[in-house]
Design a protein around this ligand. Structure first.
Ligand code: MRU
Length: 360
C-alpha cells in the first residue's frame, strides 16, 4: 500500500502487513457450554476456559479474564443460565437464581451492562414453570442478548463511519473493540467499517495503564484486522495533540448517566480535557444498554478500585510495599466535553440529556 499523507502531515505505515486474521470472540456458548477467552493471556495466547458454574464466571469477570462492559454483561447472562442447572443443595431454583444474580452483579461495580444483562435474563424466570422449561427460557434470552449485541455494534459502526475521513488520525483508549463486545466492538466499529470501505486512516491506541488493554488488546485486534495502528503511552496523548497529529478521539463507555456524563476507563477524562484544549472532537461510542437513566450524574457511580498489585510491579521490579497505591479503574468525563455519542440509535449531539432520551 503506498504511503498516504494524513491531515497530520506524516506518512502512514507503509511496511508490508500480515494478512488480516479473525479476532477471537470473548464469549462463546457452544453445546450448552460457556467458554470465556482468557484476555489476560493476550496477545501471546488464545485460550478459552470452560466455565464450570456461576462462581467461575464471577471470578473470570473479577479477574478481567473477560472484560469490557458489554462482554461482561454477555458472560453474566450465560452465568445465570449455568446457575439454572447447577446442583441445588436443598435450595429452590428461584433461590439459586437469585443468589447467582447477586454474585454475578457484584463481580464488578462500574459498568451498568452487567446488572442490566443479569436483570434481563432473570426476567424470563417464571416460578410457575418447571426447571427444564425455565432453563430453556433463560438460555434463549441470553442467546438473544448476545445476537443483539452483534447487531448493535453494526448499527454503532454505521452511525459513526462518517466521522472517519480519508487520511485522518484517530486516538482511542483502553479496549472498546471486538474483545470487549462482539464482532465490531463499539469505539472500533466505525473504524472497522471505514477500513472495509477502503478509507485509509491511522489509529493511535493508548496503552492504558495499568493492565494495558490498549497495548495488549486494541493494538492487537486492529493490527490483526489490517488497520494501521500505532501504540503510544497514555502520557503521549497531549504531545501528539499539540503537534496536530490527532484529528479525532473515539472511546467506549462503561456507563452513561442520566445527565450525559460518561464513566469510562481511567484516563478518559484526561483525554477529553485535552481534546477541549486543543479543539479536537471527542466522541463516545456505546450501545443503549450502557445508558443508565436511573443514575443522575457521573459522580453518583461507584468507581471500581482495582488491586494495588496491578500497579506495584513492572517487569519483575517491585515498588516497596510501604508505598501506598491508588488504582481507580474508571473516571468520569463531564458531558460538556462530549462532542457526540455514537450509538445504535444514531449520532447524538448536544444538548444532553435531551438527545439521549432515544436510548431509554
Ligand atoms: O476494565 P475494563 O477493561 O473492563 O474496562 C473497559 C473499558 O473501560 C473500555 O474502555 C470500554 O470503553 C468500555 S467497554 C466497551
Amino acid at each position: 500500500m503506498p504511503a498516504v499523507e494524513g491531515t497530520t502531515g506524516f506518512p502512514h505505515n507503509s511496511s508490508p502487513k500480515p494478512a488480516p486474521k479473525p479476532i477471537p470472540e470473548p464469549v462463546r456458548w457452544r453445546h450448552e457450554t460457556l467458554e470465556i477467552l482468557d484476555q489476560r493471556l493476550l496477545p501471546g495466547t488464545v485460550h478459552y476456559d470452560v466455565q464450570t458454574g456461576v462462581h467461575s464466571v464471577a471470578t473470570a469477570i473479577r479477574e478481567l479474564r473477560v472484560r469490557g462492559a458489554p462482554a461482561i454483561g454477555i458472560a453474566a447472562a450465560y452465568g445465570v443460565v449455568l446457575a439454572a442447572r447447577e446442583a441445588g443443595g436443598g435450595d429452590s431454583l428461584q433461590q439459586r437464581l437469585t443468589s447467582a444474580a447477586a454474585t454475578l452483579t457484584s463481580a464488578r461495580p462500574t459498568a451498568v451492562n452487567l446488572a442490566w444483562a443479569v436483570k434481563r435474563v432473570m426476567a424470563r424466570f417464571d416460578p410457575t414453570l418447571d426447571a427444564d422449561t425455565n432453563y430453556l427460557r433463560l438460555r434463549t434470552e441470553a442467546e438473544a442478548l448476545h445476537a443483539e449485541d452483534r447487531r448493535i455494534c453494526r448499527a454503532i459502526g454505521a452511525a459513526g463511519v462518517e466521522l472517519i475521513k480519508e487520511g485522518s488520525s484517530i486516538m482511542t483508549h483502553c479496549n472498546a473493540g471486538a474483545l470487549a463486545v462482539s464482532e465490531l466492538g463499539t469505539a472500533t466499529a466505525p473504524m472497522y467499517l471505514a477500513h472495509r470501505s477502503g478509507i485509509r486512516f491511522r489509529v493511535f491506541a493508548n496503552e492504558t495503564r495499568p493492565v494495558l488493554q490498549g497495548a495488549r488488546l486494541t493494538a492487537w485486534e486492529l493490527d490483526r484486522a489490517g488497520i494501521d495502528v500505532t501504540l503510544v503511552c497514555d502520557n503521549a496523548a497531549g504531545h501528539l495533540m499539540a503537534g496536530g497529529q490527532v484529528d479525532l478521539v473515539i472511546v467506549g463507555a462503561d456507563r452513561v448517566t442520566a445527565n450525559g456524563d460518561v464513566v469510562n476507563k481511567i484516563g478518559t477524562a484526561t483525554l477529553a480535557i485535552l481534546c477541549d484544549h486543543f479543539d479536537i472532537p471527542f466522541y463516545v461510542a456505546c450501545p443503549s444498554s450502557t445508558f443508565d437513566p436511573d443514575t443522575p450524574r457521573g459522580v453518583d457511580v461507584e468507581i471500581e478500585e482495582r488491586p494495588a498489585e496491578e500497579v506495584r510491579s513492572f517487569e519483575g521490579l517491585e515498588i516497596p510495599g510501604h508505598i501506598q497505591i491508588r488504582n481507580p479503574g474508571f473516571d468520569v468525563t463531564p458531558r460538556a466535553l462530549v462532542t457526540g455519542f455514537v450509538t445504535n440509535r444514531g449520532l447524538l449531539g448536544p444538548p444532553y440529556p435531551d438527545t439521549l432520551s432515544v436510548l431509554k
